[in-house]
Design a binder for this molecule. Structure first.
Ligand code: F6R
Length: 606
């Protein structure tokens, strides 16, 4: 995580750097800073907390200079303090910003100490600046120095450096962490993603892993680690990136919850071919050859994979396993007998998921990426890409990307089944017809805002909450618990309702809120029994139910309904009330909805 930006060739670059940092704030908001170089002198401003604090600092003490770097931090090594905020300056000669983790920083630090270098922060990143000083001291050119520095550091990084030795260029390099270089009319820019650069340019070069670049105002040279120059074609990124705002909503999260009918409709449209056929962009032959899928993902995207397992096994009749990406390759899994890996990632940048899909590719699995960001590392590294059309998701807690992922995954289940002749034409048509109802049904589900308000009012003062679901609603119980804990900091757990009796039921005490998810499916009787068990031990039952079966139980203290639907759609519809519940509870508690504590949107560290 962490966001980095850089600019060269603008009159005064600090307003642009500040604006770009605001666009990257989703990547971390523990501290931020900007360094500029003006007439050969560095000027540094850093602040703890959100970018608005840095903005105040810069307003009080403005910066000048046409070359500069900026950083917004998600702390890994070294506490949250101004001293540990980036940029870091070494020997008043080199300034750097870094995203990632330098895993061997302690040994480098020890060596630098022994040589008399004065290290000021507790971060892993600062060593990069000192290594550059050492390289320039030895008379190396910027390209030679970068090769030397990158050969000395291990771990994930995207960094940018400026030096008084070479005042007309920025050095940029990446390994496993994303980095984009923007080409403007009069200047060049660096950003962790294209969103950061959207107001200044839409022409972007994406560096590949281990590339490094020498960026001048009017030219960009890209090199491979052996020093050979290489060409990276610029791409034109979507104009919509420039238009990101809250659109009248109180929070990005609220806006993104309300956008779901559109984001689902756009996703369905993107996969609808002629004559109502599915057009995923993966040939029917490829889909027909899939004999099993290992799904790789983290957090909310992992829960999407858990839902997809029910759909794909049930509809397409092929085995699916779901793996937490951070555990997958370290477990040394046996992948024989399964020929396909599917990485699910909103950002397309989660390092855990990227490493897992690369590992799957090394094991000769065919790789598919399901991402919301087409120009992302996971998409670039995969054989096939399925894109959710959710549009930029800014709220740190994922909402519209999740339901768009589910929309693609149910479509994928049908497409594989069709390719394998597991569904005949009429069944395919029927299920696609159901999927097409989603935008309207989700729009209706949004009406639940009012009925959820009193529940949020109740939850805001409790210590702990349980979410229970069965079948494809079990992952939604997990998602509901994750949303609630990350937004409102209330301890919450999701359980498969049938699993309660094997231990977790011991948690139930007088008035513990138990949120039960009840679809109109074959498990309804069993879920009702499980909720009864919780209620008879004192739990306060909050029921989220398909409107057709909402009155099947008379012991719920609150009832929230979702529109009646075919049970296959239930996981998507039930996602919405659990999102709203987390949002409204956070609102009542006064927590930071769009940027919850300790989190960041794009998790590019392990
Ligand atoms: C939770 C949330 C996270 C992400 C996870 C994976 O609301 O957003 O759990 O789902 O960090 O991120 P992506 O999908 O970008 O790989």
């Amino acid at each position: 995580m962490c966001g980095i930006v850089g600019a060269i060739g603008l009159g005064n670059c600090s307003p642009m750097l500040l604006d770009s940092l605001k666009r990257l704030e989703y990547r971390g908001y523990d501290s931020s800073g900007i360094v500029t170089s003006d007439a050969g002198e560095f000027e540094l401003r850093r602040s703890v907390g959100k970018i608005k604090n840095l903005e105040e600092t810069v307003n009080e003490k403005p910066l000048s200079g046409s070359i500069g770097l900026g950083h917004t931090r998600w702390a890994t090594h070294g506490g949250v303090s101004e001293r540990n905020a980036h940029p870091h300056i070494a020997a008043d000669r080199v300034a750097i910003v870094h995203n990632g983790i330098i895993e061997n920083y302690e040994s480098i630090k020890a060596k630098l100490h022994a040589k008399g270098y004065n290290i000021l922060s507790d971060t892993d990143s600062e060593v990069i600046a000192h290594l550059f000083v050492e390289a320039f001291e030895a008379g190396l050119t910027p390209s030679e120095a970068t090769r030397r520095v990158t050969s000395e550091i291990d771990g994930a990084y995207a960094f940018a450096a400026i030096s008084k030795d070479f005042p007309n260029l920025i050095i940029a390099a990446r390994n496993s962490s994303p980095l984009a270089i923007g080409l403007g009319d009069t200047g060049s820019f660096i950003g962790s993603d294209a969103i950061a650069l959207a107001p200044v340019t839409r022409r972007v070069i994406y560096l590949k892993d281990l590339d490094y670049a020498i960026v001048r105002a009017d030219a960009v040279q890209v090199f491979r680690p052996d020093g050979s120059e290489t060409k990276r074609e610029p791409v034109i990124v979507s104009a919509s990136l420039a238009l990101i705002n809250k659109g009248g909503y109180r929070h990005f999260m609220e806006k993104e919850i309300y956008e779901q009918p559109d984001s689902i409709a756009n996703t369905i449209r993107a996969f609808s071919g002629v004559n109502g056929k599915i057009a995923l962009g993966v040939s029917s032959r490829t889909l027909g050859n899939i004999n099993g899928i290992v799904m790789l993902a983290a957090g909310t995207s992992y829960f999407a994979s858990l839902v997809a397992r029910y759909w794909i096994e049930r509809i397409a009749k092929i085995p699916v396993s779901c793996e937490l990406a951070s555990e997958f390759h370290y477990r040394e899994p046996v992948t024989s007998g399964i020929n396909t890996a599917l990485a699910i990632s909103q950002s397309g940048e989660s390092l855990d998921t990227l490493k897992a899909i690369n590992f799957a590719a090394e094991r000769n699995l065919s790789t598919i990426a399901l991402v919301n960001v087409l120009d992302s590392s996971i998409a670039r590294d995969s054989d096939f890409v399925l894109e959710t059309k959710a549009g930029p998701e800014i709220g740190v807690a994922s909402t519209k990307a999740f339901t768009a992922q589910l929309t693609v995954l149910i479509t994928l289940a049908v497409a594989i089944a069709e390719a394998k002749n597991e569904l005949h034409e009429l069944q395919v048509k029927k299920t696609l017809g159901q999927i097409k109802l989603l935008p309207g049904l989700v729009a209706k589900t949004l009406d639940a805002f009012e009925s959820i308000k009193p529940v949020a009012g109740e939850l805001k003062s409790v210590q702990s909450v349980l979410f229970l679901g069965r079948g494809p609603l079990f992952p939604i119980a997990l998602e509901g618990a994750l949303k609630l804990k990350e937004l409102s900091y209330i301890h919450a757990e999701g359980f498969a309702a049938g699993e309660m009796k094997h231990g977790p039921i011991a948690l139930i005490e007088e008035k513990l809120p138990v949120i039960g998810l009840l679809a109109n499916d074959n498990l309804i009787g069993k879920v009702i029994s499980n909720l009864k068990e919780a209620n008879s031990r004192g739990g306060t039952i909050i029921l989220i139910a398909d409107e057709k079966v909402a009155n099947s139980i008379d012991f719920a203290s609150y009832v929230i309904t979702v529109p009646a639907s075919d049970p296959v759609l239930a996981p998507i519809l039930f996602s919405v009330p659990v999102q709203i519940l987390a949002y409204l509870t956070a609102l009542d508690k006064g927590t930071d909805v769009d940027q919850p504590r300790n989190l960041a949107k794009s998790v590019t560290v392990e």
